[in-house]
Design a protein around this ligand. Structure first.
Ligand code: TYM
Length: 338
């Protein structure tokens, strides 16, 4: 007897800088347990990364670093489809089709586009503008019901849903929609980790000051030093208030997301103790959280043949699903079958 199909999730990260604690707490950490209940697809989105200029040698190296870190964080390749976006041709092909179902005005409203185009004024390329359409193709190709991401991707997910619904109205029926309309899966804590030096802006893998972000491969003493030097707020009261106390609230979010401790419990524990004690506890929690990841990383990264095998197999498994969806879309559009 065949078992019922499992719900599908898909997510990805751009290899546009070193992986941060924000990427871990907002995304990867939440991907790991899903393989018990879902069919999981996790990508390195290299096509997305080139919307900003990348050094080819660095990009190649970073992709291998990322895949090693995915596995080191607990994504077992036998239970998760791990692959590189550019290895599955259907992503670029569906993206073209979805371009024809997306309005310029919708793309112009995307905050990530506004933000990136202000940071890269000399290279506001069409790919940067079109970025969310490729992301919609990524998701819709796998019939994903859920997309585990951090808070900053919510707007892109809403656009993906709008595109899917629009395409279904034009080419599907309520009983037989062409695309599955996905839902974002955003964690209650850790969905928006802020910079340590600039706690009003998101911790980012590209662009910020070295001391603003915690990287997954930062040695323990670097992590401790960065956290001890994190910007805090006037006063010495530990309480969660993003507007009045962005620095302290961010440290509380990191502590809560790494240990599972509630905000109430954190407030109680650090009552009258000041920021120094809180920083010490956060540093210890982050070091402990990353210790097993860092311990596994070096061995995984050293086995390039093994990593390439994982990626080849991942691309084959991903292509089977993605090509089936693409052919369904071609058929819905009236393209002559291949
Ligand atoms: P990217 O590469 O910017 O980020 C990868 C994931 O990490 C989350 N994230 C954070 N979460 C909490 N705090 C932070 N400071 C933080 N910074 C990043 C992001 O929300 C994301 O989940 N467009 C996507 C990549 C992508 C994708 C997809 C995602 C391409 N195709 C399909 C899901 C499905 C991006 O740029 O993520």
């Amino acid at each position: 007897m065949s078992s019922a199909p499992r719900p599908v999730v898909l997510s990805g990260i751009q290899p546009s800088g070193r992986l941060t604690l924000g990427n871990y707490l907002g995304a990867i950490k939440n991907w790991v347990p899903l393989s018990a209940t879902h069919d999981c697809h996790y990508m390195l989105v290299d096509l997305h990364a080139i919307t900003v200029r990348q050094d080819p040698a660095v990009l190649r190296d970073r992709c291998l670093e990322f895949i090693s870190l995915y596995i080191a964080c607990g994504l077992d390749p036998s239970r998760n489809v791990l692959f590189v976006q550019s290895h599955v041709a259907a992503h670029a092909r569906l993206s073209w089709i979805l371009n024809c179902y997306t309005q310029m005005g919708e793309l112009g409203r995307m905050t990530q586009f506004k933000d990136k185009s202000s940071k890269h004024v000399d290279n506001i390329n069409a790919g940067l503008f079109d970025y969310p359409v490729l992301m919609a193709a990524d998701i819709l190709l796998y019939n994903a019901t859920g997309v585990p991401v951090g808070d900053d991707q919510k707007q892109h997910l809403e656009l993906t849903r709008d595109i899917a619904i629009r395409f279904n109205r034009a080419h599907g029926t309520p009983e037989h929609p062409v695309f599955t309309v996905p839902e974002p899966m955003i964690p209650p804590v850790g969905a928006r980790i802020m910079g340590l030096q600039e706690p009003t802006a998101k911790m980012s893998k590209s662009g910020g000051a070295e001391t603003d972000a915690l990287y997954l491969l930062d040695p323990p003493d670097t992590i401790t030093r960065k956290i001890k030097r994190a910007v805090t707020d006037p006063g010495n009261e530990v309480r969660f208030d993003v507007l009045e106390k962005p620095g302290v609230s961010n440290l509380m979010a990191i502590l809560s997301a790494t240990t599972g401790e509630s905000f109430d419990r954190i407030v109680e524990r650090f009552d009258g103790q000041g920021y120094g004690k809180l920083k010490g506890a956060v540093a210890e929690a982050v070091v402990e959280c990353l210790r097993p990841v860092q311990a596994r990383y070096a061995e995984l990264r050293a086995d390039e043949d093994g990593l390439m095998r994982v990626l080849r197999e991942g691309a084959q498994r991903a292509s089977r699903v993605a090509d089936t969806t693409l052919m369904r879309v071609h058929q819905a559009l009236g393209f002559i079958p291949e």
